[in-house]
Design a protein around this ligand. Structure first.
Ligand SMILES: [Zn+2]
Length: 269
């Protein structure tokens, strides 16, 4: 009887030994598979909500999103009297020409894809405009305050060197460009091909004084590859336009990220 019990215990121990080991192997395999899958984050679902898909958890949604948890992230709060005037900075040169656009609602923003040779010149480097898109409320804040809308012009020099210009909307006069395009914005995920030629100058103030700092894309993968140019001066849109546009954009702004060791430079025209 005693012997039987001993044998019994022995087999139970063997069983547990192998089953534990098996689950460890499974875990390892699973991790490897996930790792493989997570290299391509294109289909990963992320939102601006306060849930597991929201901004505080972007960094955990996919290996390729890990930069979202790094130290030089955007947007930031700009404390306007702490900007440092830097004599090395040059006037912003915007060489945007009138261009046909393809308007996309990609589920995160309204984006205008542009073709043609639209460039900006910063520190003797020419960056090419790829697209511009909108956030409501603004992503950057000034002294803790949001503007109702911020437009981002995404310009590329190389795959690891971008410059994004942020322009704030303020409530005021009717904005001609919005008058033209608001009625045709795709309100849900979709595309609209416009034959209209767009005059990008209508989205810039006359005075191009700016704040400058190093940061990131404000959406996953949050890559820290952006030389940010945030204009000091605003453009205007009517209250009605802002309300209608904000409804479509549906709260697509990332919360403010810490400045950490970074400095905010300033160029005054
Ligand atoms: Zn943006």
């Amino acid at each position: 009887m005693k012997k039987k019990l001993q044998y019994g215990l022995f087999f139970v121990a063997i069983f547990f030994f192998f089953s534990c080991n098996n689950s460890k192997i499974d875990e390892k395999l699973n991790h490897q598979v996930n790792h493989e899958l997570n290299k391509d984050c294109g289909e990963v679902h992320w939102t601006y909500n306060e849930d597991e898909h929201g901004p505080t958890n972007w960094k955990n949604l996919c290996d390729g999103f890990s930069a979202c948890g790094e130290k030089s992230q955007s947007p930031i709060n700009i404390i306007t009297n702490e900007g440092i005037v830097d004599s090395n900075l040059l006037a912003l040169e915007i060489n945007y020409i009138s261009t046909p656009v393809n308007i996309v609602n990609n589920g995160h923003t309204i984006q205008f894809n542009v073709s043609g040779n639209n460039t900006i010149s910063i520190s003797d480097k020419d960056y090419k405009l790829l697209q511009f898109h909108f956030h409501a409320k603004s992503e950057h804040t000034m002294n803790g305050n949001h503007y109702p809308i911020e437009v981002h012009f995404v310009n590329q020099y190389s795959s690891s060197d971008y410059s994004v210009i942020g322009v704030m909307f303020e409530e005021g006069e009717i904005n001609e460009l919005l008058t033209e395009f608001l009625p045709i914005f795709p309100e849900s995920k979709g595309e609209y091909n416009s034959e209209k030629i767009i005059d990008l100058k209508k989205l810039f103030p006359n005075n191009l004084s700016y704040y400058n700092y190093n940061g990131s894309l404000t959406t996953p993968p949050c890559s820290e590859v952006v030389n940010w140019i945030v204009l000091k001066n605003t453009i205007e849109a009517s209250n009605e336009q802002i309300e209608k546009f904000s409804k479509i954009l549906n709260g697509n702004y990332r919360p403010i990220m810490p400045l950490n060791e970074r400095k905010i430079l300033m160029f005054n025209e």
